[in-house]
Design a binder for this molecule. Structure first.
Ligand SMILES: Cc1cc2nc3c(=O)[nH]c(=O)nc-3n(C[C@H](O)[C@H](O)[C@H](O)COP(=O)(O)OP(=O)(O)OC[C@H]3O[C@@H](n4cnc5c(N)ncnc54)[C@H](O)[C@@H]3O)c2cc1C
Length: 375
């Protein structure tokens, strides 16, 4: 299928695809065992400057398109979906700073975030909620020119490696986004999370204990936190969908390969059984539709369109499509698909994540339906 990518976008896709195949794919077994990305791989990913791809050169970005960023996410994830979250979150924080930060904060952090010398974390979720800003309990109390933050954030990607964390805190009835330097003595890295998959992400609690933050370190305006959250999550949500689709492509390719290799009475199952063919064809159609949807949303993002509802629909559609594709890939492999010997079992576990993270798909339905009702 021709998606009318520019030569530059195709070059970026090719570069990242080659990198991921050579540098990431061979390490997946080790990453899953060690439960972390090796430091030198983190450095290599940083050196690719993926986080800055879709941002202005003035701030250390590459001046590329958002589509090129999506293609990079897709290709990285084709090799190993969890590893995209390190550059994706840095980029998300960069997007937050570019869109909402004062000149002071931009000067201090933005270039580093986009060139990779500064790592970012984005912390909204708490032990009691990841969906409802009204339930945010981490509290900021004003004290002269400072705010004092106390509380716990949960499930935060990059929380132990970040240099700067955007912390959403309750300020009275509303929520405010604070840029908290992780060298702040009140920033404490808490327990690490163990998920059903995603070993290659740095994820866990952040505890804020009497963390004093200057008033000038507020992102945007006081009490503007929720709209910042929603705006920046659109950027990140679409990129996570790109990664998830990369995972789905990998599952499809593994299923096709298996269907060619596994024989029944001397004939490959993909040539012999119509049910296997039906499975493969259904998987391929879901991936093709997901990619077309992704690139059309990406192109609109490049035009600066408002995409709250469409990004929600993209996450709903592609989340289910990729989960079904990963499940069907296991099915094509039969019992072998349930063993640790074949990668499809890991892809199956990983394929559930994008239906939960960055706003559960129930919340995405709330966003999409409310736009429909207002139309
Ligand atoms: C690998 C990973 C990485 C993550 N990284 C980050 C990160 O970097 N920063 C961060 O802030 N968070 C992060 N999260 C958290 C993630 O964004 C939240 O888990 C997600 O938003 C859902 O929130 P929750 O788990 O608190 O669910 P809850 O909000 O407790 O919801 C529980 C259930 O109730 C449903 N529900 C809740 N409210 C409504 C409603 N109004 N209408 C309908 N249904 C509703 C939900 O859909 C869900 O099914 C990460 C999570 C994972 C697994």
């Amino acid at each position: 299928m021709d998606y009318n990518f520019t030569q530059e976008e195709l070059n970026i896709r090719e570069t990242i695809s080659r990198f991921a195949g050579k540098e990431i794919a061979p390490l997946v077994g080790q990453i899953e065992k060690d439960k972390k990305l090796p430091d030198d791989l983190l450095e290599k990913i940083t050196d690719l400057r993926i986080s800055g791809l879709p941002f202005p050169e003035k701030w250390g970005g590459s001046g590329g398109t958002y589509i090129s960023f999506l293609l990079a996410m897709e290709e990285l994830a084709y090799a190993y979906f969890p590893c995209i979250f390190y550059p994706l979150v840095c980029s998300m924080v960069g997007y937050g700073f570019l869109s909402y930060a004062s000149d002071y904060l931009k000067e201090k952090y933005l270039k580093g975030l986009l060139t990779g010398s500064v790592k970012g974390a984005w912390a909204f979720t708490e032990p009691s909620t990841g969906s409802d800003p009204k339930q945010v309990q981490l509290k900021a109390v004003k004290d002269g020119d400072h705010w004092v933050l106390n509380g716990t954030k949960r499930f935060i990607t990059n929380s132990s490696i970040a240099d700067i964390a955007v912390i959403f805190a309750r300020t009275g009835e509303a929520v405010t986004a604070f840029a908290v330097d992780t060298q702040n003595p009140g920033y404490i890295v808490g327990k690490r999370e163990e998920f059903i998959a995603f070993e290659g992400t740095d994820n866990g609690d952040i505890i804020l204990e009497d963390a004093r933050v200057e008033s000038r370190d507020i992102l945007g305006e006081e009490n503007q936190g929720f709209s910042i959250l929603l705006g920046v999550e659109v950027f990140a949500k679409i990129a996570a969908c790109a990664g998830n689709i990369g995972l789905g492509r990998a599952a499809l390719d593994l299923a096709v390969q298996y269907a060619k290799e596994k024989t029944h009475r001397g004939v490959p199952i993909g040539a012999k059984f119509q049910m296997t063919q039906w499975n493969l064809a259904t998987m391929a159609s879901k991936i093709s539709a997901s990619r077309a949807f992704l690139y059309s949303v990406g192109a609109k993002m490049d035009k600066g369109e408002h995409l709250a509802a469409e990004s929600a629909e993209l996450k709903i559609f592609t989340g289910a499509a990729v989960r079904e594709v990963a499940s069907d890939a296991v099915q094509v492999h039969g019992a072998y698909g349930l063993t640790k010997e074949y990668a499809v079992e890991r892809l199956y576990r990983e394929s559930k994540f994008n239906e939960v993270i960055l706003g559960s798909n129930e919340i995405q339905r709330v966003i999409a339906a409310s736009a429909l009702m207002k139309s």
